[in-house]
Ligand binder design. Structure first.
Ligand SMILES: Cc1cc2nc3c(=O)[nH]c(=O)nc-3n(C[C@H](O)[C@H](O)[C@H](O)COP(=O)(O)O)c2cc1C
Length: 198
C-alpha cells in the first residue's frame, strides 16, 4: 500500500513492534516519528500513529497531532449541519487517520476514558479513533525519571491497601513483577480498517 504509512514513538520497543506488524500486514511503510517531518506526510492518504503510554500520556501524540491538526480541525468544523449538530457522516478528512496506544493498563475502562480525555483533549480530536493494545513491562529495563514515575504509582496503589480494587491489584502486580501482554492478533481491527481503503 503505497499511500499508507504507520508511524510510531516507542521508548521500550513495544509500540514499534506493533507498528511493524501492522505495516507488514498492510504491506506499507513504517517509520519512527523521530525520523519524520510534517511535510514528509504529504504523499500519504492513510496515516496510522501509535505510541507507548507513559504516565497517562501517549508518547509522541503531541507531535503527531500538531502535524495533522489542519486536516482534522478543518474536517471537524465542516461536519456540522444547518442546526449546528455534528454529523459523523459529514466528517470526511482529506486523509484517513487513526491512532493506537500501547500500555499495560489500557483495558481498564476508567484508564481508557482518562487516556482519551488527556490525549485527545480538543473537540476536533473527538472523531479520531484510538485503538488500545496490550503492552509489556520489564522492571529491570526502567531507567532515569521513569523509575520515579513508577515508584510514585506503586506508592499510590499500595497506600490504598484494602481499598484497592481488583484492577488496581492487577496493575500493581504487573508493575512489581513485570508482564508481557503483547499479542499480535490485537492489530487486526486496525488492519481491517485500513486494508481496503486504497
Ligand atoms: C514510566 C512508565 C509509566 C507507564 N505508565 C503507564 C500508564 O500510565 N498506563 C499504561 O497502560 N501503561 C503504562 N506503562 C507501561 C507501558 O505503556 C508499556 O510498558 C508499553 O508497552 C510501553 O510501550 P513502548 O515499549 O513502546 O515504550 C508505563 C511504563 C513506564 C516505564
Amino acid at each position: 500500500m503505497k499511500n499508507t504509512i504507520v508511524l510510531y514513538k516507542s521508548k521500550y520497543g513495544t509500540a514499534e513492534q506493533y507498528a511493524r506488524w501492522i505495516a507488514e500486514e498492510l504491506g506499507c511503510e513504517v517509520r519512527s516519528i523521530d525520523d519524520m517531518k510534517a511535510r514528509m506526510l504529504e504523499p500519504y492518504e492513510n496515516i496510522i500513529f501509535g505510541g507507548g503510554v507513559h504516565a497517562g500520556g501517549i508518547e509522541g501524540i503531541d507531535t503527531f497531532i500538531k502535524w495533522v491538526k489542519p486536516i482534522l480541525k478543518d474536517a471537524y468544523y465542516h461536519s456540522f449541519d444547518e442546526k449546528v449538530n455534528f454529523r459523523q457522516d459529514f466528517y470526511k478528512p482529506s486523509k484517513k487517520i487513526a491512532c493506537f496506544a500501547v500500555g499495560i493498563n489500557v483495558q481498564n475502562f476508567d484508564a481508557r476514558a482518562e487516556l482519551r480525555k488527556v490525549n485527545f483533549d480538543k473537540k476536533w480530536l473527538r472523531p479520531v479513533t484510538c485503538y488500545y493494545l496490550d503492552g509489556k513491562f520489564e522492571p529491570e529495563r526502567v531507567q532515569g525519571a521513569d523509575k520515579m514515575v513508577l515508584k510514585f504509582t506503586t506508592k499510590l496503589l499500595r497506600d490504598k491497601g484494602l481499598n484497592m480494587n481488583a484492577d488496581e491489584r492487577r496493575l500493581l502486580e504487573r508493575i512489581e513483577n513485570g508482564c508481557d501482554l503483547v499479542d499480535r492478533s490485537q492489530i487486526m481491527p486496525i488492519v481491517n480498517e485500513f486494508k481496503d481503503v486504497e
